[in-house]
Design a protein around this ligand. Structure first.
Ligand code: MF3
Ligand code: CO
Ligand code: CO
Length: 281
């Protein structure tokens, strides 16, 4: 996801400043042609296939660095694609692995060994022939607590409730409002500082896709737009903290956090999800 507001200094150049600068220079939302949509379909399918591949390896005892290596090798050697995170604004690895109270942008490490009861988000973005596909899922490491499973399930449903708002003429605020009114009454909180994003030949482009908001507000959707929906939901309060490594985002109160992400195309009648996994197709 892309950083918003507090993290503006981390996105100093080019296409991904915050809302103020975005408003000042006008919207830079791109419309993909049918041929470009086909390229996005390919990139999206590859990203989803990486998540399908890695699932069986997310077990007690594995390190997040081992998951990174497996995904990297699969993307490069099997898919003949490029892992977008690697060296992106200095990110040192090929995927993000966010365990338990890590909200997003967790850096895979040989020191982070998964144990029974952990929950982990694996976030994969591939570039194929210059086009990006971005998707993430939650994985349970062995048997997990009911509260952790509930957080995972509600966050998954929140993503889909947002996606189901998408059609030409709908506003981005419809999507945010639908997610917010679903999540918050369940005594969970939505992270505000990071959001979904337009995606195409650029990893993070306009628009910013907030996971909260007001119906009827924000950009009106048009066929050919592509963006991600990727809500981050916390079991505790919504506030986050950036670790000194400059990437890892954690919940301030150390409560559990979950996230799911799909890349979506606005079609003439609604939406097409470009990153469906084998189980979802
Ligand atoms: N895949 C993340 C997203 O959903 C972004 C990761 S950027 C990285 O937008 F540099 F941390 F990899
Ligand atoms: Co994203
Ligand atoms: Co992502």
């Amino acid at each position: 996801m892309r950083g918003l507001l507090q993290s503006l200094p981390r996105w100093p150049s080019s296409q991904s400043e915050g809302p103020a600068s975005s408003a000042m220079r006008g919207s830079q939302v791109t419309i993909k042609t049918p041929a470009q949509q086909e390229q996005m379909r390919t990139a999206g399918r590859l990203a989803a296939e990486v998540l399908d591949m890695i699932g069986p390896y997310v077990v007690p005892g594995v390190t997040t660095d081992e998951l990174n290596a497996r995904c990297h090798d699969y993307i490069v050697s099997v898919q003949k694609a490029v892992p977008a995170p690697l060296n992106y604004r200095g990110f040192p690895k090929s995927i993000c692995t966010s365990v338990n109270h890590v909200v997003c942008h967790g850096i895979p490490s040989p020191d982070k060994r998964l144990k029974q009861g952990d929950i982990v988000n694996v976030d994969v973005t591939v570039i194929k022939d210059g086009w990006h596909g971005d998707t993430s899922r939650m994985y349970a490491v062995g048997k997990i607590a009911p509260a952790a499973q509930r957080l995972i399930d509600i966050t998954h449903e929140a993503m889909w409730i947002g996606i189901r708002q998408i059609r030409p003429g709908a506003h981005l605020g419809d999507l945010g409002a639908a997610i917010q009114t679903f999540v918050e009454p369940q005594h969970l909180s939505i992270v505000r500082e990071y959001c979904g994003h337009g995606i195409g030949q650029i990893f993070h482009e306009d628009p910013q896709v907030l996971h909260y908001g007001e119906r009827g507000q924000g950009l009106q959707l048009m066929p050919g737009m592509t963006f991600t929906v990727e809500p981050m939901v916390n079991a505790g309060k919504r506030h986050v903290r950036l670790l000194p490594d400059g990437w890892t985002v954690i919940t301030k109160d150390h409560s559990l956090s979950a996230q799911w992400e799909h890349t979506v195309l606005v079609t003439d009648t609604g939406y097409e999800v470009l990153t469906l996994g084998a189980a979802e197709r």
